[in-house]
Design a protein around this ligand. Sequence first.
Ligand code: URA
Length: 241
Amino acid sequence: MIRLDKYLADMGIGTRQEVKRYIRKGQVMVNQKIVKAPEHKLKEEDDQVFVDGRRIDYVSYEYYMLNKPAGVVSATEDLRETTVIDLIRDRKRKDLFPAGRLDKDTEGLLLITNDGQLAHRLLSPRHHVDKTYYARIRGCVTEEDAAGFAAGVDIGAPGAGELTMPARLEILRSGSESEILLTIQEGKYHQVKRMFQAIGKEVVYLRRERMGSLVLDKELKPGEYRPLTEKELENVKNEDA
Ligand code: URA
């Protein structure tokens, strides 16, 4: 059961004060009857709510796959910058957040949700959910680099020592600029860039392709998003990593 004013505010109809006004003015119907009490309790799943004749269904959780474009920050709010949440134009919930962060200049897969439990499971270092990145690297990436990454590389400040967990490096093209796929199990700050920095090479383009069972939809251009499919959601919820 949920209060009518909270139901409407949760669905982004207005602030709590605004929706109270709509209710008191008689703009809101519950199951064909005008209800003027903001504290009226209803069942999110069963009761039908209309505001000015428009049906408002309640949504508890939302899950979106976003292809994050470069130039946008992985935050919920920012005074100056566009955030990944600003890009989800038809969101209903006001409490969406990105499950994990990508750097401002990184593109690719980001899960946007308000399901804190699921996000925690995906991100908790204990669960070791694999993340795969595609990158273009300035410099010639070699099989020795792959062996080094498999063994773990020190990405700490000189003398500080911060060893990464074993990572899988697949070389797609190697030359003065190389293309690679890198799969890591953790998400340390700027991890991919720091791993290449540690071997004297520079990431010039970075895109996340996969997070556990969730794979970036090739149809999504940078900046585009779609709800997760039921199958994707089921798989992510059962992530047994
Ligand atoms: N590693 C990085 O260096 N940057 C990202 O955005 C993600 C992983």
